[in-house]
Design a protein around this ligand. Structure first.
Ligand code: OGA
Ligand code: MN
Length: 301
């Protein structure tokens, strides 16, 4: 099969055909996917009716798995193999999560623009999301190109952001939604971590803004000033010109590079319709910044 990629927008997203994700990939196929990811940052592979085992095998071609990709709430009663992040609205028994279920509350964080696992010292490279059951009203996943966003900054702003370090934690993203009741043992996994605000992609060499809803401050800045600036940058970076909105078809396999994109899910009727998406995630190459004790929240024991 010949591998072809059709661009989905001016900056971000490509629709790739000619790959069968159910089968072991050849080194050439892995190379073609990596090259497509470097160029488009998001790839949509339609018609991939895969099992969990096939998704795990496909993902293993692209690096080690990200640990702790699942939220603390989801860890209790896993519906899927622990290597997956369960992005469905279902519990272990296949029932829809109740309106006030903590797991549902936690997953509402995906409605905010974010980069997966940016709250980890070593954040994610690729996320690979399989549409097993999709919804027809709402539930689009949107992707914003953080390379195009960086390129469009004026030179004074580029100079200003160049060496900034941000602190990221799940606490910060959830606080934006008023989700604050944590048990002490949950807090221990949520100590803020540090990341550079500007990253350089190792293969394409392009710079990008490493923004995420998990950001809670910029090191050395007064917090309100930091958060006002992060909001400005996020608004700039997620303007329509830099966004691809993916409307799901069953068996789409969508991959994105968390180093160079942010994403979010749009609202859908999760109390009455079933959406079963399953994510595998590869781990980045290392920390983006030196880890020094966080300034905003003392890490708990
Ligand atoms: C994710 C995520 C968005 C969606 O899988 O990391 O944020 O569309 N999902 O469910
Ligand atoms: Mn996500």
């Amino acid at each position: 099969m010949t591998i072809e990629v059709e661009p989905l927008t001016r900056h971000v997203g490509g629709r790739m055909t000619g790959i069968d994700a159910r089968k072991p990939l050849t080194p050439e196929e892995v190379k073609a996917i990596d090259a497509g990811m470097d160029r488009y940052a998001v790839l949509v592979l339609p018609g991939q009716d895969i099992t969990d085992a096939q998704q795990l095998a496909f993902t293993a071609n692209f690096g080690p798995f990200q640990d702790g990709a699942n939220s603390t709430e989801r860890k209790q009663e896993l519906r899927l193999d622990p290597a997956f992040a369960d992005v469905s609205n279902l519990d272990k028994g296949g029932q829809k999560l109740a309106r006030d279920d903590r797991r549902r509350m936690a997953s509402l964080g995906n409605r905010l623009w974010h980069s997966d696992a940016s709250f980890r010292v070593v954040p994610a490279n690729y996320s690979i999301l399989s549409g097993r059951i999709v919804v027809t009203r709402g539930g689009n996943t949107e992707f914003a190109d953080m390379r195009a966003a960086y390129d469009a900054l004026d030179s004074a702003t580029k100079a200003e952001v160049e060496d900034l370090i941000c602190e990221h934690s799940l606490i910060f993203s959830r606080a934006q939604l008023g989700f604050e009741a944590y048990k002490a043992e949950e807090l221990s996994g949520m100590a803020p971590v540090r990341h550079r605000l500007v990253r350089t992609h190792p293969t394409s060499g392009r710079k990008s803004l490493f923004l995420s809803a998990h950001i809670g401050t910029i090191v050395g800045w007064p917090q309100p000033e930091a958060m006002a600036f992060i909001r400005d940058l996020t608004e700039h970076a997620t303007q329509e010109a830099f966004v691809y909105s993916h409307r799901w078809t069953q068996h789409d396999l969508v991959m994105w590079d968390n180093r160079t994109t942010m994403h979010r899910v749009r609202r859908y009727d999760d109390l009455n319709t079933t959406r079963d998406l399953r994510r595998t995630t590869t781990k980045g190459d290392g920390p983006t910044a030196e880890q020094i004790e966080a300034t905003t929240i003392a890490p708990s024991a």
